[in-house]
Design a protein around this ligand. Structure first.
Ligand SMILES: Cc1ncc(C[n+]2csc(CCOP(=O)(O)OP(=O)(O)O)c2C)c(N)n1
Length: 936
C-alpha cells in the first residue's frame, strides 16, 4: 500500500480512524474503504516525519481527535458558556464533549501540549491543561461566536485576542474600586427613582447595569484614540440612566421632569423623553495620564418605535466622519466617529430595520467604519419570552448572516463585560467592521415601573427577587479578594444616595425644566431666495459637465444625447433644457456655491427612467466616471450612490445625515413614489415631526416619481395625500412642480435655505414628463427666473376678462389639460398650477384669482382618486380663499381604495374623462367614467 506513505498526518489519522470504525462495525464505512480494509490494514500509525517534534509513539488518530476537539471548543464553546446570570443551562453541543471526538480526558493528559499551536500551549504540561484553559476562555461567562466570519485574518485575530487574554485583567488592568463606585452610582439612581416615584416609568436598566461601564469603556477608548464623536442610538431600556451617567444630564433636570409639576411636564413614555435631551451633549473625560480630550457624545432623540433610530445614527456617524469640503468625492475617515447601537433582544430580531441597517456596513456610500452593537439582552420583550419572540437560538443570530463577530457575555461578570467592550473597540479599529456584544442580563422590574411582571413570568421573577445585583456581586468579589473593606460597599451606597437626595431637596423644579423649543422658521426667507444663475456660469458648467477623461468612451446612445446637450444652452429662449439637465446644472451650481451634495436612492445614478446618467461607464472597460466629481468649478464635494433596496433604513440614514451636517444638500430618490410607504415610520416619526417634538430641523430632500400614466396601482402615486396630511406648523415643503425650470429653482432654493430656513423638501417628480417638450426649460428661465409657488395661465392672462372658469391643478394633469384637444376652444378657461402645496400659497392664489374679474366658478382638477392627491388638503384652503364668491367644483377620479386602475385602457378612459370634464363639467358623467364631479 504505497499510497499510504504519501498521506499527510491528517489523512493518515483519518484513515486510522476509519479503520477503527471498520473494526467495530464493517457496515459503518463506505464500500470502497470496506473492500480496502478487507485486504489491508493501516500500519500502527505513528506521526510521520513533518508532524513536528511529537513523540513518535503517539498514534496520529489520537492527535487528530484532540485537535478536532480543541477546534470544536473554539468554534462552539459559546454554546456551553454560562452567559445567563440567572443560571439557565446553556444549549451545549455534543462537540464540546471529548468522547464525541473519540478521545477521553486521560488520553488528553497523555498528549503533549505542543499538539495545539499558539500561545495557549505556553506553560502547559499536556493537552488536558490546554483543554481546561480553553474551557475557561470559551465556555465560562463569555461566549465567542465568530466562526461564521469569512475573513481568516479576522478569525485569527479574534482567536488570538481571546486566548492571549490581552484585554482581560490583569493583562489589561481595570480600576476595581472605580467600577464598584460606578455600579453603585447607577444602581442607587435607579432605586431612588423607583422609590421616590413609585409606578412612574423610567424603564430601569437594572439587571443590565453593566451597560454603563461598558459604555464608559468604549468612550474612554474612543477618547484615547482621538475620536471626535460617539453617536449612540438607543430606545427606552436604561435610557434615563444613560442620560444621567453617560451624557451627564444633571440629576436636577431629570428629577424635575419626574416630579411632574402642575405645569404638566411628564416623562414622555412614547417619545422616550427626548424632548429635552440636548442634541449635542458634550462629554468631557479626563484620561488617567493624558490630557483632557473633547469628545462629543450624542444620543439623538428617537421615538418609541423600537430600532427606528438605528439607521438614523448610522447616517449621523457617516456625516460626522465625512469631510465634504474638498472638490470631487468626499473623504470618509472611520477614525473620527464611533456609532454605538443599543438594541433590545426582542426588537433586534423582530424589527426589519435592523437587518436593513446591518446591510449598510460594507456599502461604499454608507459604511461608518464599523458600528458597535450592544444587545441589551434582558431575555424578555415586554411580556414575551424568547421562544415566542424569535426562531433563532440566540437573540444575536441575525448578525451571523452579515458575518459580524458576536460575543455573548454574562452581565453579572464585570470583568468579562469590560474585556468584551475593549475587544469590540479594538476589532472595529483594526478591521473597520461591525461588532456585536450580546450583553445577557435580566430585567429586575416590569417592562416599565408600573408593570407587574409576575402576571406573566411568576417563576422567573421569583428567581430575580432573590438574585443579587451586579453591584453586590462585584462588591462581594472584591471583599473576597481582599481588595476592599467589608463596609465600603454600604458606604458608597450611602454616599451616592446622599448626592441624589441633595439634588432632590435642592430641586427648583420650575428652574430645572428645559422645554424643547421648536424653532420658528424665519418669515419670508424662501421668498427672498435668489436662485437664478447667470447664463455664462450655466454655459461654463454645462461645458465642464460634458468633458470626459482622455480615452473615455461613453455608451454610444448616451454620447448622442450628450451631443444634443452641448447645444441645449446656445439659444437663450429655446426650451431645450430637459429635466435631468436642469437638475444636473442646479447641482453643479450648488457645488460651485460651496455646498456639498449627497444624493442617494434606488438606482439613482442612472435614474429609474434612464434619464440621469450621473455616473458614466466606459463602454470598453466599465470604468466609472462621475462628471459632477470632476467639475473644476466645484468648491465642495459631490457623492452619489445607488442605495440598497430599502426605503425605511435608507430614508432614516439620510435623515440622520442631514441632521448631523445641516449645511449639505442631502437628496434621496425613490424608484417610484409608492415605495416611500416602506419608510412611513421615518416620515412620521422623524422627518415631519422632529421639529415639533425635539426642536430639530432636518432638511432632507425626497424625490418621489408621481403621476398617472397607466402603470397601475403600484407605479402611479407617491401618496401625496399622506405628506399633506402630515404638513402642519411649517414642518416641510411639498412641491409638485411641472417644469424643469421650476425644479432647477426649487433645488437651488433648498440649498440656499439650508442654514437659513431648513425644512425637509418633498418633491413629486415626473416620469413620462421627464423628456416632454412642455416641461423643458430655456436658458433664460434658469438665468433670470425664480421659484414660483403658483404658475398662472399665461395665455388666459392675456384675455383675463374673458375667463369664466379657473381650473386649479397640480402636477402632471396640467400637461394633459393643456395638451388636450379641448384647450384650443376654451379661451374662457384659465388653467393654473399649484407648484407648491405646502406651505400653501394662499396669497399668490388670492392674487391670481382676483386677476380674473369675471370668474363664475373654480374647478379643482386632479388625476388621483378623490380621497387621495391634494384635494382633501386643498379643499378647505380653497374655500377660505374663495370665501363664497364662486362655486368650487371637484373633477377627478372617484374615491378608491387603490391608487390607480390596473388596466392601461381603463386608465386612458378615465384620464380622458377627467380632462373632458375639466373643460366641460356640465356634460355629465358618462356610464364608463369612473370619475366624479362634485359641486360644493
Ligand atoms: C416597533 C414597536 N413595536 C412595539 C413597541 C412597544 N414595545 C415597547 S418595548 C417592547 C418590548 C421590546 O423588547 P426588547 O426589544 O427585548 O427590549 P426591552 O424592553 O426588553 O428592553 C415593546 C413591544 C414599540 N415600542 N415599538
Amino acid at each position: 500500500m504505497e499510497d499510504w506513505k504519501g498521506f499527510g498526518i491528517f489523512n493518515a489519522g483519518y484513515v486510522a480512524e476509519l479503520y477503527e470504525r471498520y473494526e467495530r462495525d464493517p457496515g459503518s464505512v463506505d464500500p470502497a474503504s470496506r473492500s480496502l480494509f478487507e485486504t489491508w490494514r493501516p500500519p500502527d500509525v505513528q506521526c510521520p516525519a513533518g508532524a513536528g517534534e511529537l513523540s513518535a509513539e503517539i498514534p496520529c488518530a489520537r492527535i487528530v481527535r484532540a485537535v478536532n476537539f480543541v477546534e470544536a471548543i473554539r468554534k462552539f464553546g459559546y454554546m456551553g458558556a454560562r452567559i445567563d446570570p440567572l443560571g439557565s443551562m446553556p444549549p451545549g453541543d455534543p462537540s464540546l464533549i471529548p468522547e464525541t471526538h473519540g478521545i477521553t480526558e486521560p488520553d488528553l493528559q497523555k498528549l503533549p501540549a505542543e499538539i495545539v499551536p499558539g500561545e495557549i500551549a505556553e506553560g502547559k504540561a499536556n493537552a488536558l491543561e490546554i483543554l481546561h484553559a480553553l474551557r475557561t476562555i470559551y465556555c465560562s461567562r463569555t461566549g465567542y461566536d465568530y466562526a461564521h466570519l469569512r475573513g481568516p485574518e479576522e478569525r485569527e485575530w479574534l482567536r488570538q485576542a481571546a486566548e492571549s487574554g490581552r484585554f482581560r485583567p490583569p493583562a489589561d488592568p481595570i480600576d476595581p474600586l472605580a467600577l464598584l463606585e460606578r455600579l453603585t452610582e447607577v444602581e442607587t439612581f435607579s432605586r431612588f427613582l423607583l422609590h421616590t416615584f413609585p409606578g412612574k416609568t423610567h424603564f430601569s436598566g437594572e439587571g443590565l447595569d453593566m451597560l454603563i461601564p461598558v459604555m464608559d469603556e468604549l468612550i474612554g477608548a474612543a477618547a484615547e484614540a482621538g475620536m471626535h464623536n460617539i453617536l449612540i442610538g438607543m430606545a427606552h431600556r436604561a435610557r434615563v440612566s444613560f442620560l444621567a451617567h453617560v451624557l451627564q444630564k444633571p440629576y436636577a433636570q431629570i428629577l424635575a421632569e419626574f416630579k411632574d409639576p402642575a405645569r404638566g411636564h411628564n416623562f414622555r413614555e412614547d417619545l422616550g423623553w427626548t424632548g429635552d435631551v440636548k442634541y449635542h451633549a458634550g462629554a468631557r473625560r479626563a484620561l488617567p495620564n493624558g490630557p483632557e480630550v473633547a469628545l462629543v457624545v450624542t444620543i439623538p432623540p428617537n421615538p418609541s418605535h423600537l430600532e427606528a433610530v438605528a439607521p438614523v445614527v448610522e447616517g449621523m456617524a457617516r456625516a460626522a466622519g465625512t469631510d465634504a469640503t474638498c472638490h470631487g468625492e468626499p473623504c470618509f475617515d472611520h477614525s473620527l466617529t464611533l456609532p454605538v447601537l443599543i438594541h433590545g433582544d426582542a426588537s433586534f430580531i423582530g424589527q426589519g430595520v435592523v437587518a436593513e441597517t446591518l446591510n449598510f456596513e460594507r456599502l461604499k456610500g454608507y459604511s461608518t467604519g464599523g458600528t458597535v452593537h450592544i444587545i441589551a439582552n434582558n431575555q424578555l420583550g415586554y411580556t414575551t419570552p424568547p421562544e415566542e419572540a424569535r426562531s433563532t437560538l440566540y437573540a444575536s443570530d441575525l448578525a451571523r448572516g452579515f458575518k459580524i463577530p458576536i460575543v455573548h457575555v454574562n452581565a453579572d461578570d464585570p470583568e468579562a463585560c469590560l474585556e468584551v467592550a475593549r475587544l469590540a473597540f479594538e476589532y472595529r479599529a483594526r478591521f473597520h467592521r461591525d461588532f456585536l456584544i450580546d450583553l445577557v442580563g435580566y430585567r429586575r422590574h416590569g417592562h416599565n415601573e408600573g408593570d407587574e411582571p409576575r402576571f406573566t413570568q411568576p417563576l422567573l421573577y421569583r428567581q430575580i427577587e432573590t438574585h443579587p445585583t451586579v453591584r453586590e456581586i462585584w462588591a462581594r468579589t472584591l471583599i473576597e479578594r481582599g481588595a476592599i473593606a467589608e463596609d465600603l460597599p454600604d458606604r458608597l451606597t450611602q454616599k451616592h444616595t446622599a448626592i441624589i437626595q441633595r439634588a432632590w431637596e435642592d430641586l427648583r423644579a420650575e428652574e430645572s425644566l428645559v422645554e424643547p423649543t421648536p424653532a420658528r422658521p424665519p418669515e419670508g426667507a424662501a421668498e427672498r431666495a435668489r436662485t437664478a444663475v447667470s447664463a455664462g456660469r450655466l454655459r461654463d458648467l454645462n461645458r465642464s459637465l460634458l468633458e470626459l477623461p482622455e480615452g473615455f468612451s461613453a455608451n454610444r446612445k448616451l454620447e448622442k444625447a450628450r451631443g444634443r446637450r452641448r447645444a441645449a444652452l446656445d439659444d437663450p429662449e429655446a426650451k431645450t433644457i430637459q429635466w435631468a439637465t436642469a437638475e444636473e446644472l442646479a447641482l453643479a451650481s450648488i457645488l460651485e456655491d460651496g455646498i456639498a451634495v449627497r444624493m442617494t436612492g434606488q438606482d439613482v445614478e442612472r435614474g429609474t427612467f434612464g434619464h440621469r446618467h450621473y455616473a458614466l461607464h466606459d463602454a470598453g472597460t466599465g470604468r466609472k466616471f462621475i462628471p459632477l466629481q470632476s467639475l473644476p468649478q466645484a468648491r465642495a464635494s459631490f457623492e452619489i450612490h445607488n442605495s440598497p433596496l430599502t426605503e425605511n433604513a435608507a430614508v432614516g440614514f439620510e435623515y440622520g445625515y442631514s441632521l448631523q451636517e445641516p449645511g449639505r444638500l442631502v437628496i434621496w430618490e425613490a424608484q417610484y413614489g409608492d415605495f416611500i410607504g416602506g419608510a412611513q415610520t421615518m416620515i412620521d416619526e422623524f422627518l415631519v415631526s422632529a421639529r415639533a417634538k425635539w426642536g430639530l430641523t432636518p432638511s432632507l430632500v425626497l424625490l418621489l416619481p408621481h403621476g398617472y400614466e397607466g402603470q397601475g396601482p403600484d407605479h402611479s402615486s407617491a401618496r401625496l395625500e399622506r405628506f399633506l396630511q402630515l404638513a402642519a406648523g411649517t414642518n416641510v415643503r411639498i412641491a409638485n412642480c411641472t417644469t424643469a425650470a421650476q425644479y432647477f429653482h426649487l433645488l437651488r432654493m433648498q440649498a440656499s435655505l439650508l442654514t437659513v430656513d431648513p425644512l425637509p423638501l418633498v418633491v413629486m417628480t415626473p416620469k413620462s414628463l421627464l423628456r416632454h417638450p412642455y416641461v423643458a426649460a430655456s436658458l433664460r428661465e434658469l438665468s433670470e427666473g425664480r421659484w414660483h409657488r403658483l404658475l398662472d395661465d399665461e395665455m388666459a392672462r392675456r384675455v383675463a376678462g374673458e375667463v369664466r372658469r379657473v381650473v386649479l391643478c397640480s402636477g402632471k394633469i396640467y400637461v394633459d389639460l393643456i395638451g388636450s384637444r379641448y384647450r384650443e376652444s376654451s379661451r374662457h378657461i384659465a388653467i393654473c398650477r399649484l407648484e407648491q402645496l405646502y406651505p400653501f400659497p394662499e396669497e399668490p392664489l388670492q392674487q391670481t384669482l382676483e386677476g380674473y374679474p369675471n370668474i363664475e366658478e373654480v374647478v379643482w382638477v386632479q388625476e388621483e382618486p378623490e380621497n387621495m392627491g391634494a384635494w382633501d388638503f386643498t379643499r378647505p384652503l380653497l374655500r377660505r380663499v374663495i370665501a363664497g364668491r364662486w362655486p368650487l367644483r371637484y373633477v377627478g377620479r372617484d374615491r378608491s381604495s387603490s391608487p390607480a386602475e390596473g388596466s392601461a385602457a381603463r386608465h386612458a378612459l378615465n384620464q380622458e374623462a377627467i380632462v373632458r370634464h375639466a373643460f366641460h363639467p356640465d356634460l355629465g358623467i358618462g356610464q364608463e367614467d369612473m370619475v366624479r364631479i362634485e359641486k360644493l
